[in-house]
Design a protein around this ligand. Sequence first.
Ligand code: TRP
Ligand code: ZN
Length: 869
Amino acid sequence: MNIAVNASGVTETIYLKDYTPPAFAVQDIHLDIRVFDDHSIVRSTLQVQRQHPGDLILLGRDLQLQRIVVNGQQLAENQYQLDAEQLIIAELPDQAIIETEVIIHPESNTQLEGLYQAGSDLFVTQNEPEGFRKITFYPDRPDVLSVFTTRVEADLKYPVLLANGNLLETGTVGSDRHYAIWQDPTQKPSYLFACVIGNLQVLKDRYTTIEGRDVALEIYAVEKDIPKCQIAMQALKDSMRWDEEHYGRAYDLDNYMIVATSAFNMGAMENKGLNIFNTSCVLADPEVTTDAAIMRVQSVIAHEYFHNWTGNRITCRDWFQLCLKEGLTVFRDQSFSEDLQSPAVQRIDDVSVLKSHQFPEDAGPLSHPPRPDHFVEINNFYTATVYEKGAEISRMMATLLGKEKFRQGTDEYFYRHDGQAVTVEEWVAALSAGSGVDLSAFLTWYNQPGTPTLAVQAAHDAQAKTLTLHFKQSIKSHHKYPSLKAVPIPVALALFDAESGEQFTLDCTDLFENQVKDGVYLFTQEQATITFQQIAQKPVISLLRNFSAPVNLDFDYSDAELAFLLRHETNGFNQWQATQALLERILLQDHSVDVYLQAMQQVLPQLAPQDPLLASRLLDVPTESYLASRIDQNYQPEFVAEKREALLNKLAQFMGDFWKEIYQDFDPDQQQEFSQAMGVRALRNIALSMLARHGDTCAFDWAFNLYQHTTNMTERLGAMRVLVWNNAPQAEQVLADFYQRFKDEALALDQWFMIQAAHPQADQQQIAQLTAHADYDLGTPNRIRAVTGGLASRPVNLWQNVGVEHFIGLAKLMDEKNPIVGARMIQVLSRWYTLAEPRQHEVKAALQQLQAEVKSKNVVETVNSMLAI
Ligand code: TRP
Ligand code: ZN
């Protein structure tokens, strides 16, 4: 056993290789949950059936055990073993009925895990991954599937009583209480159990599945938020249709309920038939919600809905397999969003997230395989690597197979494993069997950490008319994974005639008989060479089109070639990729900015009226955090920030007329489609910030005017940002006005906190003012994240005392109050060791101080890993 000693004593590491199936299956569970103001009582009755020799292990945490009865006999204390984590009953017969009664305290549960009070009018559950053990004693592991019947009882002041499945019965208890009994006919693991007790209103709709099932759709929220549930409802219906059309999967219950709460650790949760959502991922209304947030609502609604098949009907054998459901489901929601808006822009946004979150994670001390093989606290593994890199692995296999074969593969997966708890190996095996293509080499992607580098060299022979491409992959060794293997890398590529800009048709095979098929070359070895014939002149080579693999590309483009690709590439994503490569050279390798400026000047004025959304994305400049992830030592945040500012200033000046034109001539209300209007708003916001940077005197007046007259949150916030971040004379006035207007709209108020925390000169005093504000609340993760997110978006401030102290202080507070959130926040500091001195030593000392004080497994494991570099 590998043990780490810390303030709380000993922390145990759990290994994938130690997996053993449970000794007992649970055929049936009856839960009786009675909620009172100062405690709740939970009775459960389990019907268990032996599968293997061994004891019955029921997991339970923070439960006050009142009694335990086995086959009608109450057990004496010497007839079971009980510690802080589990209750063990030895020598059970092969079948038994286990009844327990426990007292729990949802009213004082600040960790937002298990059953907890979420505001004055609501109780909800969050059981993934291991919250159910805080409700009752149970084999709380995903490979134990059971049929749940739930009776919920509470005061009449909470009219809504929900649980998974079908409503069987309701009634009153005495004069002031009532109950509801629900039964979920599908077998499920305990992490998908949910119940809700509260005072909420509901938006209702219906959907008829392709199989003819009439499904009642319900979204529950507080009364004033009901009008903001329309967009989510439409997204839900669209998702249901999309999964039928693209994966042949129809919904399987007669109702689908969604409940919104602001007290939530993550985005949303796919509990069977009863999703629970962070308000930030379900409420949407252009007057209070930005376009980006609306897009996110649609994608999270789809994500949780798609889990019904990839996660719920087919679940994970153990938590090491988390990316089995998350990676695949993220890939599915990304594909859905591609169909919803422009596929190129969706891919741009998804790759941006991957590069700015997952790449840095994989480059630092928290790097881990998408399917980890050990952990201390599973909550720490809901990471960008599991989700986003996991999605890229599914995507690579889908790219390689093509639509038809990928569908045959997923059909086989659903056919084989419906109703089961499975592993990543079983997923890849089913996909291979169904498609007839052996994909087993992709398992390596799941099993090892790190971002591979793909180095490509090109040689053109004018006489022989050949182009030879030499490929080599490498990956930085990792102290816990010394022998990393080559991975299969699908390289989507194209050759363009350098003069005409026309694309060549590709045809060629490497030594291993791998073909370039549909423009995709599957590179499986450590090195390989391919040769194209009949190429008279040196072409421009476009590599990794559509970001066909999550790797760092190392190819010696000239700036002119990248500018060429920006002009001639045939899809928006590849154009964007060329801009990002150019910018990285300028910002990290001191290349001149001229080629970039000229290329933008050429492309944007034409593109903006046609595709404003894509035009807005081509103006992306890599964030300071992303740039930081590319710097492994002697990192000086001020230096990176200055270079980036200088580039933006040049862009502002060089295209001054263009920004004016965009702002004055483009009108979002004149657009046909939402995505076009969204593009115009994005472009105009960029134009405003460019004009303000340019020192154009009218920019502040325009921004102030827009702030006052628009009814659209994307515009209002864009204007406010320009005024506040540039210390405009109107800044104080708009901040005060925004607060007055939106003080009762929690999600809008989050933006007010965020903009101030992200002020370029935010100092200790300003941050202290925000955290001392009456509306700052440590019980609402969204509000905490508004400030941390704002601060972290400015690495210069993040790495000053103001940032480091804020994050360390917060980790100390959250260590006890909400360790899941505490552990996530502190990760922002994980690249401390790249800092130039003396900062590096100061931050290290602060982290060591933190390490000595914290107690939760979550924060302890995270800080230990961060310091083990
Ligand atoms: N399964 C959820 C999702 O990805 C993730 C989730 C929601 C979660 N709430 C959580 C994970 C709390 C850990 C803790 O859709
Ligand atoms: Zn998920």
